[in-house]
Ligand binder design. Structure first.
Ligand SMILES: Nc1ncnc2c1ncn2[C@@H]1O[C@H](COP(=O)(O)OP(=O)(O)OP(=O)(O)O)[C@@H](O)[C@H]1O
Length: 706
C-alpha cells in the first residue's frame, strides 16, 4: 500500500482519473491483468528487503559507495531537474502536482516550529506577493511609458528650455507668460526650427515616434488574457491576474501620467445620446473593421512569411532602420500622421466644444449654441474639409505602414495602429452623417428624431465605434474588446454600439478567414499552442495519432530494474525524445511511470560527479527498493525520485475528441496509450497539433515548432 499512497502523494490525481477516460471493457481488463500500473503498485507494496542497508554498508566497507549516501544524494534537489528547454511544451499537470506536493510538505512542517509556521504563511502569500510586485511594476512601467511617450512625441516639435524633462503641455503650464486662449504657446517652449535652422534633425527626431504607449484598461487586460492569450486559465489565475491588474491600475493612478487624475488614455464625454437608427452606420463600421482585419492578417502574414523565408529576415536591424526612415519621410508632411497615434485617436474621439481650436472642430457658426446650451449640428467649415482629405490620406498610410511594421523585431503593438485606422474611418463616416443630417433633416430617416438646430450626430462616437470594429477585426476579441473600449474611453453608455460593431466585425472577418492575428502569428512561428476555441469534431481515435506508427521502430522504453547507466546513456544519445516510459519488463510492457530525458541526463551526470562508484555498469533502479548489492559490484543508481508515477494514460480506442479535450483542459505535455493494459504508444501535444492540422487539410509538416 505504501507505493500506492506514494503514487497518490506524488501526483495527487491518480489512476482514478485515468480510468475515467477509458472504455469500461479496458477498465476491467486493466484491473484483471496482474501487473498493470495499478495492480503492480499494490503488489509491489512490500517492506524494505531485510539486510539491504547492512549489505550496502559492507559494500561501503569495500570503499566504493553506500546506500545511505545514495539516499542522501537523492533527497537533495538536483539543480535543473524538473526544468524545461526552450520550445518544449510545459506539462501543466506535473507543475500543478509539484506545487501541491511542495505546499503540502510546508503545511505539514508548519506545526513543528514557529519558523516553519512563518515559512508556511509566507509561502501561502508568495503568489499574491508576486502579483503585487507584478502589478506595482506594470503600473510604474506603464506610467513611465506614458510620460516618456508624451515627452518623446513632443520632442519631435521642440524642447522645453524651462526644463528639458517637461513635455509641451507641462512646459507651458509652468510658464508665467501664458494666456488661456494661447495656452499651448509660451516662451519656454522652443520649436526645433526656432533653435536650429536645419530641418529633415527634425526628421531624425521623428524616429523617436516608434514608442508604443501603454494604456490603462485593467479589467479588459484580464479578460483579454482569458479570451485571447491563454488556453489554460484556471479561476485562481483569473483572480490573481485581476489583483495584479488592480495594483497596476492603482500605481498608474498614483503616477497620474495624463495629468488629469484619470486612468483612461482617451477620456470621452459625449453630450448627446445615440439614436437607434445610427446602428446602421455602426454596423457598416463593423463591416469595415472585419474587412480591414481580414486584409491586414492576410497581407501581414504574407509579408512576415517572406521575412522568415528570404534573406530579409537576416537583417532585422536594417529593416527597422529602413522602415523608420520611410515612416518618418511619409508621415512628416501630413499633420495627422506626424502627431503621435494616441494623440490622433484622442482628437478623433473628441466631441467638439466651444473652445476646441482643432481643424476637426472648424464649423461655420461656431459659437451658436442651442437652448440647452449644446452645440447643434452645423455646416462644416474649411478646416473640417481639409481635415477630411488629410485624414483619408492618413488612413491609407496607416493601413500600409501597419501591415509592414507589425512583426518586425521591435516591441511594437497592434492596438493603437488598429484603433487609429478604425477611428479615422469612423470620424469620416461620422462627419458625413452629421452633414447629411444637417442638410437633409427632413429625410424620413432623420425627421423623427433630428430637428433643425439640434445636436443629433456625434462624429467622435463614430470614431470610437470604428476603433473598436477595427481592433475586433484584427484580434477577433469580443467581450474583452468592449470592456477595453469602455475602460479606455470611460464611455459606459455606448456599450450597445460597441457590441454591435465588435460582433459584426468578428463575423465578417471570420467569414473571410478563421484566424485572428495572434493565432496566425502563433501558427507562422510554429509555437505549440493548442487553440481552445475550435471544437475537434473528427471521428479519429488515439491509435490513429499515437507513435510509433505501424512500420516505425518500437516505442523506446526503459525497464525499471534491469538497465545499466550505459544502456540508458546509449538510448539518450541515440534518440531525441523528451521522455521515456518506464516498464516492468520489455516482454510484459506493464507501465510503471514516465521519466523525462532532461531529468535523466542531469541526474546521471550529477551521480557520476557526486556519488562515488557510479560507473557505466551500475544498474539503474526505478523501483522503490533495490535488491542488496553483491560485494565487488558497482553501486546501483536509484532514480525513483525523478519518475512520474502517474503518467496520464488513455486506451488506443479513446476518441481523439476526448484526447484533445484532456490535453487542453489539463495542459498535458504527453499522454501514454495502452491496449489491454499493455503500453502501446505515446501521444505528445505536438502530435495532437499536427493531427489537428492534418484534419484541417493543412500539411502537418508545415508546422515548424522551432
Ligand atoms: N519514447 C518514445 N518512443 C518512441 N516515440 C516517441 C517517444 N517519445 C516520444 N515519441 C514520439 O516522437 C516524437 C517526438 O517526441 P518528443 O518527445 O521529442 O516531443 P515533442 O512532440 O517534440 O514535444 P516536446 O519537445 O515539446 O516535448 C513525437 O511524435 C512522439 O510521439
Amino acid at each position: 500500500m505504501a507505493m500506492w499512497q506514494g503514487a497518490m502523494d506524488n501526483r495527487g490525481f491518480q489512476q482514478g482519473s485515468f480510468n475515467s477516460f477509458q472504455s469500461s471493457s479496458s477498465d476491467e481488463d486493466l484491473m484483471d491483468i496482474p501487473g498493470t500500473a495499478m495492480d503492480f503498485s499494490m503488489r509491489d507494496d512490500v517492506p524494505p528487503l531485510d539486510g539491504e542497508i547492512e549489505e550496502d554498508k559492507s559494500y561501503n566497507g569495500g570503499g566504493i559507495g553506500s546506500s545511505n549516501r545514495m539516499m542522501d544524494f537523492l533527497e537533495e534537489p538536483i539543480p535543473g531537474v524538473g526544468t524545461y528547454d526552450d520550445f518544449n511544451t510545459i506539462d501543466w499537470v506535473r507543475e500543478k502536482s509539484r506545487d501541491r506536493d511542495r505546499h503540502r510538505e510546508i503545511t505539514n512542517k508548519s506545526k513543528e516550529s514557529t519558523w516553519a509556521l512563518i515559512h508556511s504563511v509566507s509561502d501561502a502569500f508568495s503568489g499574491w506577493l508576486l502579483m503585487l510586485l507584478i502589478g506595482l511594476l506594470s503600473g510604474s512601467l506603464a506610467g513611465l511609458i506614458d510620460i516618456s511617450a508624451h515627452w518623446m512625441t513632443d520632442l519631435k516639435e521642440g524642447i522645453c528650455t524651462g526644463g528639458i524633462w517637461f513635455n509641451h503641455e507641462h512646459c507651458c503650464w509652468n510658464s508665467q507668460h501664458v494666456t488661456f486662449e494661447d495656452r499651448d504657446k509660451c516662451p519656454e517652449w522652443n520649436s526645433w526650427s526656432q533653435l536650429i535652422i536645419s530641418t529633415n534633425e527634425v526628421l531624425s527626431a521623428a524616429a523617436a515616434a516608434g514608442v508604443s504607449v501603454a494604456f490603462g484598461a485593467p479589467i479588459g487586460g484580464v479578460l483579454f488574457s482569458l479570451e485571447e492569450v491563454s488556453y489554460y486559465f484556471p479561476l485562481k489565475t483569473l483572480w490573481r491576474s485581476f489583483f495584479a491588474a488592480l495594483v497596476a491600475a492603482f500605481t498608474l493612478r498614483s503616477i497620474n501620467p495624463f495629468g488629469n487624475s484619470r486612468l483612461v488614455l482617451f477620456y470621452v464625454e459625449f453630450h448627446t445620446p445615440w439614436h437607434l437608427f445610427e446602428l446602421v452606420p455602426f454596423i457598416l463600421l463593423g463591416i469595415f473593421g472585419g474587412l480591414w482585419g481580414a486584409l491586414f492578417i492576410r497581407t501581414n502574414i504574407a509579408w512576415c512569411r517572406k521575412r522568415k523565408t528570404t534573406q530579409l529576415g537576416k537583417y532585422p536591424v536594417i529593416e527597422v532602420l529602413v522602415m523608420t526612415a520611410i515612416t518618418a519621410i511619409l508621415a512628416f508632411p501630413n499633420e495627422y500622421t506626424r502627431m503621435s497615434t494616441s494623440e490622433l485617436i484622442s482628437e478623433l474621439f473628441n466631441d467638439c466644444g466651444l473652445l476646441d481650436s482643432s481643424k476637426l472642430c472648424d464649423y461655420e457658426n461656431r459659437f451658436n449654441t442651442s437652448k440647452a446650451g449644446e452645440l447643434p449640428d452645423r455646416p462644416a467649415g474649411v478646416g473640417v474639409y481639409s481635415a477630411m482629405w488629410q485624414l483619408a490620406l492618413t488612413l491609407i498610410l496607416k493601413i500600409v505602414i501597419t501591415i509592414f511594421t507589425f512583426g518586425m523585431k521591435i516591441p511594437s503593438g497592434l492596438f493603437i495602429p488598429s484603433m487609429a485606422v478604425g477611428a479615422i474611418a469612423g470620424r469620416l463616416l461620422g462627419v458625413g452623417m452629421e452633414q447629411l443630417a444637417y442638410y437633409h433633416h427632413d429625410w424620413a430617416i432623420f425627421n423623427s428624431w433630428c430637428s433643425q438646430g439640434a445636436d443629433c450626430i456625434t462624429p467622435g462616437l463614430y470614431a470610437m465605434v470604428g476603433a473598436a470594429a477595427c481592433l475586433g477585426g484584427v484580434t477577433r476579441m469580443t467581450v474583452s474588446l468592449v470592456v477595453i473600449m469602455f475602460e479606455l474611453t470611460g464611455g459606459l453608455e455606448y456599450i450597445v454600439p460597441l457590441m454591435a460593431a465588435a460582433m459584426t466585425s468578428k463575423w465578417v472577418a471570420d467569414a473571410l478567414g478563421r484566424e485572428g492575428i495572434y493565432d496566425a502569428h502563433i501558427r507562422l512561428n510554429g509555437y505549440p499552442f493548442l487553440e481552445a476555441k475550435e471544437e475537434f469534431a473528427h471521428k479519429t481515435l488515439a491509435m490513429d495519432v499515437m507513435k510509433p506508427r505501424r512500420n516505425d521502430p518500437l516505442l523506446t522504453v526503459l525497464t525499471q530494474d534491469s538497465m545499466t547507466v550505459e544502456d540508458v546513456e546509449t538510448i539518450i544519445s541515440e534518440t531525441t525524445y523528451s521522455g521515456f516510459p518506464v516498464v516492468v519488463s520489455r516482454e510484459s510492457q506493464r507501465l510503471v511511470g514516465f521519466v523525462l530525458r532532461r531529468d535523466l541526463i542531469i541526474s546521471i551526470e550529477n551521480a557520476r560527479k557526486k556519488q562515488d562508484g557510479v560507473v557505466s555498469t551500475s544498474v539503474i533502479y526505478f523501483t522503490e527498493h533495490s535488491p542488496p548489492v553483491p560485494p565487488y559490484t558497482p553501486p546501483t543508481l536509484k532514480l525513483r525520485n525523478i519518475l512520474d508515477l502517474s503518467p496520464f494514460t488513455v486506451t488506443d480506442l479513446t476518441p481523439m475528441e476526448i484526447v484533445v479535450d484532456i490535453f487542453r483542459k489539463l495542459g498535458l505535455r504527453q499522454c501514454l496509450v495502452t491496449h489491454n493494459g499493455r503500453l502501446l504508444g505515446i501521444i505528445t501535444k505536438k502530435d495532437v497539433l499536427k493531427h489537428i492540422a492534418q484534419m484541417a487539410n493543412q500539411d502537418p509538416d508545415s508546422i515548424l515548432f522551432n
